[in-house]
Write a protein that binds this ligand. Sequence first.
Ligand code: BES
Ligand code: ZN
Ligand code: ZN
Length: 482
Amino acid sequence: MKIKIESKESGKAIAHALFFVKKSIQFSSVLSEKATEQAETVLNGMEEGPFEDLEFLELDGQPTFFVNAAKERGLTSLDHLRMAAYRLAKQAKKKQISCVSLMLADAAPEQLKSIIHGLYYAEYEFDRYKTKKQKSFSVVYEIVAQDQAKEFSKIANDVAIEQASISMARDWINTPGSDLTPSVFVSEAEKIAKETGLKIKVRDIKALQKEGYNGLVTVGKGSQSLPYMVTLEYKPAKASKDLHLALVGKGLTFDTGGISLKPASGMWEMCCDMSGAAAVLGAIRTIALLKLPIRVSAILCLAENRIGSKAVLPGDIFTAKNGKTVMVDNTDAEGRLALSDGLAEAGLLKATHIIDLATLTGAMVRALGYAITGFFSNDEKLASKILEAGQTCCEKFWPMPLEEEYADGLKGKFADLQNTGSDAGAISAALFLKEFVPENTSWSHWDIAGTAFVTKPWKYTSHGATGIGVQTLVELARQLGE
Ligand code: BES
Ligand code: ZN
Ligand code: ZN
């Protein structure tokens, strides 16, 4: 796929695309009077009979897509534009149309951004393991921007960078556990560091043991593929001095549950248990390449949760990095143990704001499903920024309570804490994390267990990884840096 921003039509387009909402075309078209009449007839006809999402008609002697961007089903109009652009791109590929012109001169910047995101989503394919790879037909999209060409080119470039990060994150997440082990993930992070010039620090199990990062050690020691902590730092010369955003990602490259073994059905999906770390790595890559004026660190907590003779036993007690002792009541509640070290590390780096992303609880999947990420925060200002950034990015968030009444459930019998608590599973997990949040730090925890990986196609993602989080993190960094 190629996106070209032009001020005028080049005449190379084989087809035009018109976005319509109800009975009107959304962006000004280049249609003749006669074609405008024809278009109106088509749009009026919608009321009379079934009108497909995407009609393909001759107007002005030129094939024209009518792309339905109508608002429906609880999605914002920006999200509908994404879906419309996604469907357009799928059709253009199917019909093998080499150049499509989009008249978007009156589109607002955020509308253009949505459309370009939609076009990119249609490109994503995870076919690494397919012997017969589908040949993808490459389409050129000519975006006619008139006097907005300069601004639109910047948007197109930024979205291209962000979408590349999202696709990388999705590839890592979709890769089976045996092929994306903690050490393979470390190499991926090293590649990103090389590409972006980010500073990187890798701690292996020896360093983790020596420095007391025992959460990660406890979770990861039962596997042949040992745990790592990776810290990436982005420190631009031009940045708001007193602000330091740390992004902490749960990176369980596979979660069998450990000795508290998970049931067999659906266990394969636990290759997605490193989605938090993938999103965080994708986000810092984007933030660095876009040169956003804010200091950001990314901390990836990488481990594999396995059964074996070296695996942690239920009832084992370890001392966490912040000095608190923890009894492992259930080895399947491992994410919070791994993250305890990530949060401590963010404190040592003197972060002012911490966001952690984790496929943390089945309870969150049951509460909010695959369309909404539940998040917790100890700072209302940060929470409202997250909601706003999510909306801008068409990623839905819902605020969850850090209900102190449930904190008692996490008290350990022989240790300070235990890793499971009340029936309110997602809240208990968040309350556990809160025990490791450094003092005087704005913090938010995003439980992406439901939204990171879908088992059937949804909106503009095929089954598998959605890449959730990357965009909202980047947008949040943009807003905080302002
Ligand atoms: N990785 C899982 C959570 C998960 C569930 C992610 C579904 C994606 C989809 C996590 O480590 C886990 O197993 N949590 C347990 C905690 C429980 C034992 C307290 C859960 O939610 O069942
Ligand atoms: Zn688990
Ligand atoms: Zn897990």
